[in-house]
Design a protein around this ligand. Structure first.
Ligand code: URA
Length: 440
């Protein structure tokens, strides 16, 4: 018989908790026997004292067992069940491209995604820009859409990892999100209960990510890969750069359009292309759908050039209630904003840095993101034609184009965007978008 305060005290003093103590605490989180203050106290103790690998594994397992698990045995003889998870960034629309590409190469991708809060966008908010697309479906529908369309990007379904739902909500308001063992258990409990065969993690680092430093991103990547592999979910991780907006747009409908442009071959932003190709390759190799990186690249290029990846995107949209001809005429379905103008710096030079978080907050200032959970958002607003770092900008070369639905919001967001930039006389060194791979 344990007492919550004794478990908290033990962790506060820096001792290792047993798997029984962790299971007891997690059970109390799910049942409601633990109070919000006890949960917050344990989170803060872990934040300062950390957890051993064994404790992190126990926490992940207990949180996974707190609810349902999806059974994909029906699909397994057709192909592997694969997923990618990103720790979140600004302009990160990679899921919209990766899921149909991997599906077109023979994988099944049931991707359970989230909404945006604060400066990072959420994949579900981007998909909500497509009229009729349903992100809220039950497990049976998720299974049937995944089977027929090859991929389904939807919101939290069923009762997967309910302990995480409560624990995360408390961490979010008690400054205890940024603890590697808690992030690991939170992400992996959801992925393990989703019943996947293989996972690839995109761990962002930089001014627009919650891992601000490479060392924190490395610690998180190593912990996630080791705990996931230990729990029977073969996982690889890439650490990718979030010191600038990913791709050429930030804002929901604008990002859907950019994803469509990539899949249709109309436009490819270089950094987005590098990361998308790499994450898809890791998943194809992990899922035994490709033998080498060359083989994976060849398969991906084939489904992009023969239209199969775009076809899978359309199949997913149609199966989830969106327009059956969305990919033929996306502009007639995606809302556009009333005001649209190029924005310029009042100085010239090479773009040397971007405060990506500030740019994410400029999207929120336009109404395209949330400052409180549940807030309504405007899908039409944001930025596109975003000039990447290293671009020479002057009075004839804009840094981006802004889309707004009110003049006040436009003025505020424009100032915020421009404030987030700095220029230099010399071309700055370019950072490769992939900073590190953990593939063992
Ligand atoms: N994303 C999650 O799902 N959980 C965390 O703890 C942090 C990011």
């Amino acid at each position: 018989m344990f007492l919550p305060q004794e478990v908290i005290r033990k962790k506060r003093e820096g001792h290792e908790l047993s798997s029984e103590e962790i299971a007891y605490f997690v059970k109390g989180i799910t049942s409601g026997d633990m109070s919000d203050s006890q949960i917050a106290a344990l989170a803060m103790a872990v934040f300062f004292q950390g957890m051993s690998n064994a404790e992190t594994v126990s926490l992940t397992q207990s949180m996974t067992q707190s609810g349902d698990t999806i059974d994909w045995s029906e699909l397994r003889n057709l192909g592997p069940v694969l997923d990618k998870h990103s720790t979140g960034g600004v302009g990160d629309k990679l899921s919209l491209m990766l899921a149909p590409i991997v599906a077109a190469c023979g994988g099944y991708v049931p991707m359970i995604s989230g909404r945006g809060l604060g400066h990072t966008g959420g994949t579900l908010d981007k998909l909500d820009a497509i009229p009729g697309y349903q992100t809220s479906i039950d497990i049976n529908r998720l299974k049937s859409v995944t089977k027929t369309a090859g991929c389904a990007i939807v919101g939290q379904t069923g009762d997967l990892a309910p302990a995480d739902k409560r624990f995360y909500a408390i961490r979010d308001i008690t400054a205890t999100v940024e603890a590697v063992p808690l992030i690991t258990a939170s992400i992996l409990s959801k992925k393990l209960s989703a019943g996947l065969d293989r996972l690839v993690m995109d761990i962002k680092v930089g001014s627009g990510a919650f891992s601000g430093t490479l060392s924190m991103a490395e610690e998180l990547a190593e912990t996630i890969v080791s705990v996931a592999n230990g729990a029977g979910l073969p996982t690889r991780a890439l650490i990718t750069d979030m010191d600038q907006v990913l791709g050429s747009s930030a804002g929901n409908a604008l990002e859907v359009k950019e994803a469509w442009s990539y899949l249709s071959g109309e436009m490819k932003e270089e950094r987005t292309d590098i990361i998308t190709m790499s994450l898809c390759s890791e998943l194809l190799i992990l899922g035994e759908l490709a033998t080498t990186y060359d083989d994976a690249h060849h398969k991906i290029m084939t489904v992009l050039s023969n239209g199969k990846a775009l076809e899978q995107f359309q199949k997913m949209i149609s199966a989830l209630g969106g327009p059956v001809d969305f990919c033929e005429k996306p502009d007639s379905y995606l809302k556009s904003a009333t005001y649209c103008e190029d924005i310029y710096l009042d100085t010239s030079g090479y773009l040397a840095s971007m405060d990506t978080r500030e740019i994410g907050m400029a999207v929120v200032a336009l109404g395209g993101g949330r400052s409180k959970p549940g807030q309504e958002i405007d899908h039409a607003v944001g930025f596109d034609h975003i000039a990447p770092l290293g671009t020479y900008v002057d009075s004839s070369c804009p840094v981006a184009r802004i889309h707004a639905n009110s003049k006040d919001q436009l003025a505020r967001a424009k100032a915020q965007y421009l404030n987030g930039l700095s220029v230099a006389d010399k071309m700055p060194n370019q950072q490769h978008p992939i900073l590190k791979s953990l593939v063992s």
